[in-house]
Design a protein around this ligand. Structure first.
Ligand code: NAD
Length: 477
C-alpha cells in the first residue's frame, strides 16, 4: 500500500510521484510505501495552512476550537488500539508501550483543548490617559519536524499546543515512522478540523524537512531530533527570522546516594534505559552510584538486566528492536568501542531466539566503572546502554552529572530532604525528579533543556507561550 500526503484534508501523492519504503524494524521487511515529498509538496502544504489560518480556522472562536480539539482527543482514545498497533509495527515498540503512547496523544489534545480559551494577556499600569494591554496571538503557520522514536507523543506535544492557540500546522514526520500520524490526520478531519489546519508531508529530512525549515511562509519551527539536525533547522529558519523550539536529547543522570530507597530505585533505573529500547531523549543513560553501595547496586542491576527479554514488537517483550539498521550499527559501534577501551560489561539481557533474523535487535547492556569523560558517558547513544559511574561525595556527583554538553533531565535518589533541595537546584537539567524518574511524563510538566539538549519549552501551559507572540496595545484616551 502507498500512503499519500495529507494536505487540506485530502490524500495527495508527492508531485514528483516518488515514494519511500516503510520497513518493519522487527523483521527488516518492507510492508508499505510513503510519499517522498520535495520542496513543491511542502510549498502546497504551507499555502494550504496559510489559507486555513486566514480563513475559517484562524477566525474560529477559542471556545469552538477547544470543543473541536476535545472531540479529537476523545476520537483518538476511541482509536487507541488501532493507533497502538500501527505505531508498534512502524517503530518496533512493544504493544504495551505503543498503547501508552496512543493514550498520551489523546491526553495532549485533551489538555490543550482545555487551555485553548484560557490563554489571556494582561493590563499594564501606565499614565492615566492610556489604557495598555497585552494580547497573545498565534504565529500563523507552524512547522513541525517529528522524530521516529515517539511519533504519536511528540506530534501530540507540539501540534496540539500549536492548534490550541489557533496556528495552522505543517508536519514532516520521520521517514522511518509516520503511519500513525497519517491516521491521526484522518481522524482529525473526521471530527471536523477545517481543511488546511493540519497538513502532513512525509519524506526525507534532507529534502522535505529542509524545505519546511527554510520555507519563508513558516512562522515558527518546532524540531525534535539530533543536535546536528537541530542546528541545521535553526539556521534555515533564521533565513526568514522564524523562531525555533529545539528538543534535542540528552545524557541524563540518575544519582543514587547511599541513603536511597534502593528497592524503589532499581526498577526505575532499569526502565529509564530500556523503555523504547533506550531511544528516548530523556533516557536515564547514566547512573551515578555512591561508592558505599556501588557493588550491591551493580549486582542488583545486573540481575534485572539479565532478566530482560528483547524480541519482536508483536510479542510484547521488555525491549523491542531498534528503529533501523543504521541505528543498530551506531549503538553496536559504541558497545564495541567500550569493550576495546577495556570498560567492563556488568550484564547483558536475553535476546529472544525466536525473534525474526532480519530485525534490528540489541539486548540491554550495563557497563561499569565508566570514566565520566569517555564517549560512552558523554554522547547520546540512543540505545539500551547504561553507564554506571561511582562517586564519593555530593560535589563529585554533581561535577559528573553536570559534566556533559546536555542538560535535559536528572533523577536524584536520596532520603535526605536538605540534599534533595540543594541538588535539585544545582543539577543542570530542565526537569529534576526526586525519588522518581519522569513522574509518569504528564503533559502538565514543562519540558526542555539547554545546551545540546536544545532550547524552548514544550508541554504544560508554558508551551502555549512559545506558540504565540505577545502584542502590546496602548490606547490614548
Ligand atoms: P535526525 O535528527 O536526523 O532526524 C529527526 C527528524 O529530522 C526526522 O524527521 C528527519 O527526517 C528530520 N531531518 C533530518 N535531516 C534534516 C534536515 N537537514 N532538515 C530538516 N529536517 C531534517 O535524527 P536521526 O538521524 O533519525 O537519528 C540520529 C540520532 O539523533 C539518534 O541516534 C539520536 O541520538 C538522535 N535523536 C534524538 C531524538 C530525540 O528525541 N531527542 C529523536 C531522534 C533521534
Amino acid at each position: 500500500m502507498i500512503h499519500k500526503n495529507f494536505i487540506a484534508n485530502q490524500w495527495v501523492s508527492a508531485l514528483a510521484g516518488q515514494t519511500l519504503p516503510v520497513i518493519n524494524p522487527s523483521d527488516g521487511q518492507m510492508y508499505a510505501e510513503i510519499a517522498r515529498s520535495g520542496e513543491a509538496d511542502i510549498d502546497v502544504a504551507v499555502r494550504a495552512a496559510r489559507d486555513a489560518f486566514e480563513g475559517r480556522w484562524g477566525r474560529m472562536a477559542p471556545a469552538e476550537r477547544s470543543r473541536l480539539l476535545f472531540r479529537l482527543a476523545m476520537a483518538l482514545l476511541d482509536h487507541q488500539d488501532e493507533l497502538a498497533a500501527i505505531e508498534s509495527r512502524d517503530t518496533g515498540k512493544p504493544m504495551k508501550q505503543a498503547r501508552a503512547d496512543a493514550a498520551a496523544i489523546a491526553r495532549y489534545f485533551e489538555f490543550y483543548a482545555g487551555a485553548a480559551d484560557k490563554l489571556h494577556g494582561s493590563t499594564i499600569p501606565y499614565p492615566n490617559e492610556f489604557t495598555v494591554l497585552t494580547v497573545r496571538e498565534a504565529h500563523g503557520v507552524t512547522g513541525h519536524i517529528v522524530p521516529w522514536n515517539y511519533p504519536l507523543q511528540i506530534f501530540g506535544r507540539s501540534v496540539a499546543a500549536s492548534l490550541a492557540v489557533g496556528n495552522a500546522c505543517v508536519v514532516k514526520p520521520a521517514e522511518d515512522a509516520c503511519l500513525s500520524l497519517l491516521k491521526v490526520a484522518e481522524i482529525a478531519a473526521e471530527v471536523g478540523l477545517p481543511p488546511g489546519a493540519l497538513n502532513i508531508c512525509t519524506g526525507l529530512g534532507a529534502e522535505a524537512g529542509a524545505a519546511l525549515s527554510a520555507h519563508p511562509g513558516v512562522d515558527h519551527m518546532s524540531f525534535t531530533g539530533s543536535p546536528q539536525t537541530g542546528k541545521q533547522v535553526a539556521l534555515a529558519a533564521a533565513g526568514h527570522f522564524a523562531p525555533v523550539t529545539l528538543e534535542l536529547g540528552g545524557k541524563s543522570p540518575q544519582i543514587l546516594f547511599s541513603d536511597a530507597d534502593l528497592d524503589a530505585a532499581m526498577p526505575v533505573v532499569l526502565n529509564a534505559i530500556i523503555q523504547n529500547a533506550g531511544q528516548t531523549c530523556s533516557a536515564g543513560s547514566r547512573v551515578l552510584i555512591q561508592r558505599a553501595i556501588y557493588s550491591d547496586v551493580i549486582g542488583h542491576l545486573s540481575e534485572l538486566f539479565q532478566a530482560t527479554r528483547t524480541g519482536a514488537a508483536s510479542d510484547d517483550p521488555d525491549v523491542g528492536p531498534l528503529i533501523n539498521a543504521r541505528q543498530l550499527e551506531r549503538v553496536q559501534a559504541y558497545i564495541q568501542q567500550a569493550r576495546e577501551s577495556g570498560i567492563e560489561q556488568a550484564a547483558v539481557g536475553q535476546r529472544d531466539l525466536n525473534a525474526p533474523a532480519g530485525g534490528f535487535y540489541q539486548a540491554p547492556v550495563v557497563f561499569t566503572n565508566v570514566p565520566p569523560d569517555h564517549p560512552l558517558a558523554q554522547e547520546e547513544i540512543f540505545g539500551p546502554v547504561l553507564c554506571a559511574i561511582p562517586f564519593d561525595t555530593e560535589d563529585e556527583a554533581l561535577r559528573i552529572a553536570n559534566g556533559t554538553p546536555f542538560s535535559l533531565v536528572a533523577g536524584l535518589w536520596t532520603t535526605d530532604g536538605a540534599r534533595q533541595m540543594r541538588l535539585a537546584r544545582r543539577v543542570k537539567a530542565g526537569q529534576v525528579f526526586v525519588n522518581n524518574y519522569g513522574a509518569a511524563g504528564g503533559v502538565e510538566l514543562p519540558f526542555g533543556g539547554t545546551g545540546q539538549s536544545g532550547y524552548g519549552k514544550e508541554k504544560g501551559f508554558e508551551a502555549l507561550y512559545g506558540f504565540t507572540t505577545l502584542k502590546t496595545i496602548a490606547v490614548r484616551h
